[in-house]
Design a protein. Structure first.
Length: 314
């Protein structure tokens, strides 16, 4: 290795090291670290096994052992969740004592465990919504085991419970993991009612301050977003995403923007629409169908030669 390269190499080392020291975004702080992403993913998998036993494990689930399975799994979830919450709170709360943070982490973990039975009931309604609304579905079991929308909703419902308790980092890591797996981006801050379903799913975006009522169905490519985020952090905690009332269906590619935009109950929003104003209840919104032109005029070709479609002139 040349002397010149050694010098250049040392300069890069010094520059990167100085960046570590000078910018607080880097996690090398005094005895503090971020929650482990891999630990959070393991938690998601344990929670999924708890909510839907027998679907995602290699071994068969026996209901005769249900109480042992539930108790053992809950204890495991509570221990790991408490540790990850404690880590997250330690990273973001310099003014609080370690004892205060540990107590807060324990309270949040207890709250979360206490919510799981109700969340499971919500998830079963979401699964039923998928089955009732999709004629291609053969069973609820098929929906649980294979539909990406159900997985994204499951992760969202777990993450939302931590979001409302102001847990940093963990809720967003959870929903971004689901986003990477499904192409469905649900911010954990969104409020979503029961009997909710996302069909097909890819490309769906649901922003942080979105409010969704009961019995709402979305198709692929739907965006429930903000009109503008130019003010950046000044818009934090401001409602900037739409409200979708009960019994609304939103078809593929629709975009609905703005914190003051309300889609009234029992409305149907057609595909590829762009909405920035409120829609009254019992409204059907659709684009006027574009005019299509068909030209039946195959090109001339030599006898015995097959015509080629790319030779056609439109």
């Amino acid at each position: 290795m040349s002397v010149e390269f050694n010098k250049e190499f040392d300069e890069v080392v010094d520059q990167i090291t100085q960046n570590y020291i000078s910018d607080e975004v880097f996690v090398a702080k005094e005895n503090r670290r971020l929650p482990g992403r891999s630990n959070i993913i393991i938690l998601i998998k344990r929670l999924r096994s708890l909510m839907f036993p027998g679907y995602f494990e290699e071994k068969n689930f026996e209901y005769t052992d249900a109480k042992y399975f539930v108790g053992n799994t809950l204890n495991s979830i509570r221990r790991e969740l408490k540790q990850q919450i404690e880590t997250a709170l330690l990273y973001t709360n310099e003014s609080r004592s370690l004892e205060q943070i540990r107590q807060n982490a324990d309270e949040i973990a207890r709250y979360f465990i206490g919510r799981l039975a109700d969340i499971q009931g919500m998830l079963l309604k979401d699964v039923q919504a998928g089955f009732d609304g999709d004629p291609a579905a053969k069973s609820r079991q098929e929906i649980i085991s294979s539909y990406p929308g159900v997985f994204a909703i499951f992760v969202y419902r777990m993450a939302h419970e931590l979001y409302v308790k102001n847990v940093p980092f963990i809720p967003r890591v959870m929903t971004e993991y689901a986003h990477s797996r499904t192409g469905i981006d649900i911010n954990p801050g969104a409020t979503i009612g029961q009997y909710f379903f996302i069909d097909h799913g890819t490309g769906v975006v649901i922003g942080e301050t979105t409010q969704i009522g009961d019995n709402v169905k979305l198709y692929q490519g739907v965006t429930l977003g903000a009109l503008s985020t130019r003010k950046g952090q000044q818009l934090a905690d401001v409602k900037r995403h739409p409200t979708i009332e009960n019994n609304v269906t939103i078809y593929s590619g629709a975009t609905i923007l703005g914190g003051e935009t309300v889609i009234g109950a029992n409305s149907i929003i057609g595909g590829n629409t762009f909405i920035t104003e409120s829609v009254p209840a019992y409204t059907k919104v659709s684009l006027k169908a574009p005019e299509m032109t068909f030209q039946v005029d195959p090109p001339k070709h030599t006898a015995g030669e097959e015509p080629r479609i790319w030779d056609w002139v439109i």
